[in-house]
Design a protein around this ligand. Structure first.
Ligand code: XMP
Length: 430
């Protein structure tokens, strides 16, 4: 089914995504495009019911105000403008319009139908994947994170066994995470899954490395090498699936706004390994990706998981990683997650985890002096991870978690709670 669309042309606003999200909340699909979109490019978009010229603080580039090509006013659909409004628009707002005003333009003036929903989106993507891929094969690095899991589920629906998933267990996953990838994708969804046990290899490379950035480089670099090795073993693969989502594209920079961060999910593959990309989620915001995962039948624990850093527990086992402390991080993290879930905090707190520093402290166990590790609990709330406040966790919950960690995790004699906001402390310790 064809979905109606409102096109937002970026004339230097920093609020393009706010407008796009608002329109999607009305049930109408919307996409952001650069101000200098060509007639041909716009013509390729289906069912465009209206256009919004979104001006703002970045309207002037190299001393010249950003303008749209005149054809935009002659397409036969209503055009609205936000900020420096021009006379040619049917609707003009000096600033971001209120919800009702925007809704009135989208639904009444443009006549857009609220037919944007996940069922239709999935149907359209499945069709487009089949068209793009034909009878060929797609390779996907399946970490078990939200984005790669949802892409995998979408591709399985579209092309079944033509998808080859590679899951690399680097030993820095949370408790039962790799097992859950195998259970869901291999056993339940019957995916073509290659499971690579690279635990020894990663821990070997990381041995004695204490510098956080060095650890990150080793984990990222080794991941690419393992994935490349698996890709070379396979034959006849032309496509690479990627969990690119809309913020990745927006943050990679627009014509009027500077790049926030470079975007590449499985960047760094060698030149001779050339694949065409399949990116079925690239128009979705994070919460829409989750809704898509639910619609595709993925379990809630996979779709609603909290953010987890790429280097995994590797940056939570502080300093040079040892097997013993890594297990202490994994076990204490599992206890914390279990107790937060029981207390309903998993739905409230943005990110929560444990770390184990690389020093010991004195304790007493069984009437004798011991010299054991410490677990630090961190629970924070944030909107964009740029700044964060701590969660004021109920004392009883903290005490329960502490007692369980002391009783169930070996070589730990002390548990602390991190009270530091960001800034000055970052969310992760390394
Ligand atoms: P910080 O520690 O910088 O973390 O306050 C902000 C958010 O980013 C996550 N994080 C990472 N994610 N690779 C990632 O994919 C990394 O190396 C990394 N370091 C931090 C962190 O968990 C938090 O959500």
């Amino acid at each position: 089914m064809k979905q109606d669309m409102i096109v937002i042309l970026d004339l230097g606003s920093t609020e393009n995504t706010v407008v796009a999200r608002q329109i999607r909340e009305f049930g109408v699909y919307s996409e952001i495009h650069p101000h200098d979109i060509t007639e041909e490019q716009l013509g390729e978009l289906q069912n465009v019911k209206g256009i919004i010229l979104n001006g703002g603080e970045n309207r002037v580039v190299d001393g010249k105000p950003v303008e749209v090509n005149p054809f935009v006013y002659h397409l036969g659909c209503p055009v609205a403008a936000i900020d420096h409004p021009t006379a040619k628009c049917s609707q003009k707002w000096a600033q971001l319009p209120g919800k009702e005003e925007l809704k009135n333009f989208v639904m009444a003036e443009c006549g857009a139908q609220p037919n944007w929903n996940m069922k239709n989106f999935i149907e359209a993507q499945v069709e487009s994947i089949r068209r793009q891929v034909g009878g060929k094969k797609v390779l996907l690095a399946l970490s078990g994170g939200v984005d790669s899991s949802v892409v995998a589920a979408m591709l399985i629906k579209a092309i079944g066994k033509q998808l080859v998933c590679v899951h690399v267990n680097h030993g820095l996953m949370r408790k039962n995470e790799s097992e859950s990838v195998v259970e869901v994708f291999q056993n339940q969804l019957h995916a073509n899954l290659i499971y690579v046990d690279a635990v020894k290899r990663f821990l070997g490379k990381l041995e004695g490395v204490a510098d956080p950035e060095q650890k990150r480089k080793i984990i990222g670099g080794e991941f690419i090498r393992v994935f490349e090795e698996e890709a070379r073993k396979l034959e006849g693969i032309d496509f690479l699936g990627q969990g690119t989502i809309y913020p990745d594209i927006i943050e990679s920079g627009t014509k009027t706004a500077k790049m926030v961060k470079s975007h590449h999910n499985v960047g760094g593959l060698p030149e001779d390994l050339k694949f065409e990309l399949v990116e079925p989620l690239k128009q979705l915001f994070k919460d829409e990706v989750r809704a898509c995962g639910v619609e595709l039948g993925l379990p809630a624990h996979m779709v609603y998981r909290q953010p987890f850093p790429g280097p995994g527990l590797g940056v939570r086992c502080l300093g040079a990683i040892t097997r013993g402390r890594l297990e202490a991080v994994r076990e204490s993290d599992a206890i914390l997650r279990e107790e937060f879930e029981k207390a309903g905090l998993d739905k409230k707190v943005w990110q929560y985890f444990t770390v184990v520093p690389d020093f010991k402290s004195v304790g007493v166990k069984n009437n004798a002096r011991c010299f054991d590790y410490m677990v630090i609990i961190r629970a924070i709330n944030t909107i964009d991870a740029m700044s964060a406040t701590i969660e004021r966790v109920d004392w009883d919950v903290l005490e329960k978690v502490t007692n369980r960690i002391l009783a169930e995790v070996g070589n730990v004699c002390r548990v602390c709670y991190d009270m530091s906001p960001k800034p000055p402390a970052t969310i992760e310790f390394e």
